[in-house]
Design a protein around this ligand. Structure first.
Ligand SMILES: Nc1ncnc2c1ncn2[C@@H]1O[C@H](COP(=O)(O)OP(=O)(O)O)[C@@H](O)[C@H]1O
Ligand SMILES: [Mg+2]
Length: 243
């Protein structure tokens, strides 16, 4: 059996008294590409944050690659997860794109030459070699997103977690990101209400509403179910509603 997997068992969590996520159960295996969909406030971002250990006061269990998420295993787990934030400004904190993309490889102890190879490879992947020496705070929103994706690819993660990845992207960068995501074969989880992006990248969808899993099934059966989507504040993907 493959070692790349994520499992949540009876996972519940609340920021305050109310439960934001209620009794979440799923297992995702290597090679799967899973969309987490739901209306604003459903709990999508919270779910991704819990997997990366940003909030530890949850009930139930989270396992990443069969390792139980707890304080002592956070370094192991974080090294395997490539979490692409919704807001790229939270991901980029060095002065140039090169410094940001080289940060993780250098931190993991690679030599300058090896790190530079990783940087070039990651930037080529996002068609962003021309951004290498640019100052991050001068980039456009879409350029920042591609740079943020490169900072994650340079870590060579096992699992990609993307939170609303298509916000701020123009059509060309959007297509570019779809290509990158589809080229990343290990495992990915994409939280989004952009159902067209999910349609183009995911084979399985987990619909959440009000912190609960409503349905976990193949992408087509969920994204073609107009009644189900509308009941939970969503609409058919544009590519389907035009037909
Ligand atoms: N830091 C926070 N403190 C308190 N409540 C929060 C915080 N972040 C999110 N929430 C609340 O948790 C719920 C789920 O939010 P979120 O996971 O961001 O939803 P989604 O990503 O699906 O839009 C919302 O009701 C939101 O207001
Ligand atoms: Mg969100």
């Amino acid at each position: 059996m493959s070692h790349i997997n994520i499992e949540c068992k009876n996972l519940s969590f609340g920021y305050q008294k109310d439960e934001t996520l209620k009794n979440i159960n799923f297992r995702i295996n290597e090679g799967e590409s899973v969309g987490i969909i739901g209306e604003n406030g459903a709990g999508k971002s919270t779910l991704l944050k819990l997997m990366t250990g940003l909030h530890m006061n949850f009930k139930g269990e989270i396992r990443v690659e069969d390792v139980l998420l707890q304080k002592s295993t956070l370094p192991f787990i974080r090294e395997r997860l490539g979490y692409i934030f919704q807001d790229s400004d939270n991901q980029l904190f060095m002065s140039t794109v090169y410094d940001d993309v080289a940060f993780a490889p250098l931190n993991y102890g690679l030599s300058k030459e090896e790190a530079e190879k990783r940087v070039d490879h990651a930037l080529s992947e996002v068609n962003g070699m021309h951004l290498k020496q640019r100052r991050t705070h001068q980039l456009s929103g879409g350029e920042k997103k591609m740079a943020a994706v490169a900072t994650i690819l340079s870590m060579l993660p096992d699992i990609l977690l993307l939170d609303e990845p298509s916000a701020a992207l123009d059509p060309r960068n959007r297509r570019n990101l779809i290509r990158i995501v589809n080229g990343f074969s290990h495992m990915k989880l994409i939280a989004s209400h952009d159902l067209d992006f999910i349609m183009d990248t995911c084979s399985r969808v987990i619909l959440i509403s009000n912190g609960q899993i409503i349905k976990d099934a193949d992408t087509i059966s969920i994204l073609t179910d107009q009644k189900l989507l509308e009941e939970h504040g969503l609409e058919l993907p544009l590519s389907l509603s035009r037909r």
